[in-house]
Design a protein around this ligand. Sequence first.
Ligand SMILES: Nc1ncnc2c1ncn2[C@@H]1O[C@H](COP(=O)(O)OP(=O)(O)OP(=O)(O)O)[C@@H](O)[C@H]1O
Length: 244
Amino acid sequence: MPIVDIRALRKSYGSNEVLKGIDLQVEPGEVIAIIGKSGSGKSTLLRCINGLEEFQAGELTVDGKPLLHKSAVAMRALRQRVGMIFQGFNLFPHLTVGKNIMLAPSLVKAKDTASGEAHARALLERVGLAEKFDAFADQLSGGQQQRVAIARALAMEPAVLLCDEITSALDPELVGEVLRVVETLAQEGMTLLMVTHEMNFARRVSNRVIFMHQGRVHEMGPPAELFGNPQTPELQQFLKSLHD
Ligand SMILES: Nc1ncnc2c1ncn2[C@@H]1O[C@H](COP(=O)(O)OP(=O)(O)OP(=O)(O)O)[C@@H](O)[C@H]1O
């Protein structure tokens, strides 16, 4: 059963139809890179999957459960299954790294503070920041903050992790440390959907690449095919534009 199953999804902002019938099945453990020009609907698609945006038509299920905006209970359950990391890290700057992670709902619910703290420390270890538990979030580099954001998302033990241009706000020398963490998660079997401008990463780590154009999945395939032998003029032009 796919972890994410999207059928004929349509989403408009007023009269502007931004997603024009998306079909996508994401299998467990798959790593999917979503590429395309600005405005093609990449972020909107991710935001629909985690329930941040309502859609007008189509079906979307996560882990077999339909996403129904009318049911608050269903939406809460869904949010716990879908982790999302953004370009901005969205940490509380004046709280410690440990406190930031312990604010994740699953850790707030931990039986006692000690078990919540132990879990938070283990998550920090996974992103290579064990020694930063007591540091304040705003004292970390952008790359470190993004790794904390990843640790916080992992606290929910999500069925799928959505990444929306998570390295775009970073200085170039900090990109690698964040991508390495994501690559490790991929190797560990995490299901990942990433909107990214990091084409080398997409080529190397993803199982499938989706090229979005004007609100549609315009081309989709294994990275070697999509990058090596683009079929449509739109993708050819997009790939060429990256080198200009
Ligand atoms: N909250 C909103 N209200 C109205 N229109 C929106 C909203 N969010 C996005 N849009 C419009 O939807 C379209 C798709 O936007 P989206 O952010 O999904 O594209 P994108 O491919 O992720 O672009 P980028 O790479 O620049 O992030 C754009 O035309 C955008 O102007």
